[in-house]
Design a protein around this ligand. Structure first.
Ligand code: CO
Length: 163
């Protein structure tokens, strides 16, 4: 399992629902946690390690959580904070997101889980759930900012194309 970087095409694809809750899912989640720790990330989506499945891992202070087939069911307030992404090394952008969210999904055994979070975890969850739909944090900064950023990225990554 290896980290995938922008502008790899898989980062723009929509991930598929997980329907098999077998041992390979636990293995995938453990591997994702270890990459997340190694790279000091606040979260990781399966597409970022080349797996087109709806699996996310989020760092939650004293431990980490993995949510399978996650969905946001409630959003409250808004907050703008600086954010990074393991697929964009050394790029940090101020992104506006909901302050608090309620999310649901499943654990690796297929059991339904629900969480209420705010702050960094809430932000990381929203960022990772976006990944599952092929949405990246550079899409959340507004049209002109994104246009300027893309010119910057083009210089940093010559010869690579992205929509
Ligand atoms: Co990311």
């Amino acid at each position: 399992m290896e980290l995938v970087f922008y502008p790899n095409k898989i980062l723009r694809e929509k991930c598929e629902e997980v329907t098999d809750f077998d041992e390979s899912l636990d293995k995938t989640v453990l591997d994702m946690f270890s990459i997340m720790y190694k790279k000091n990330g606040a979260g990781l989506a399966a597409s970022q390690v080349g797996i087109k499945k709806r699996i996310i891992a989020v760092y939650a202070g004293e431990g980490s959580v993995a949510i399978i087939n996650p969905k946001i069911i409630k959003k409250e307030g808004s907050e703008t904070e600086e954010e990074g992404c393991l697929s964009f090394p050394s790029l940090f952008l101020k992104i506006k997101r909901a302050k608090k969210i309620k999310a649901e999904g499943q654990n690796t055994k297929g059991k339904r889980i629900e969480i209420d979070v705010e702050g960094l975890i809430s932000r990381a969850l929203q960022h990772e759930i976006d990944h599952l739909d092929g949405i990246l944090f550079i899409d959340r900064i507004g049209f002109w900012k994104k246009w300027r950023l893309k010119r910057r990225l083009k210089k940093l990554l010559p010869g690579q194309k992205e929509r």
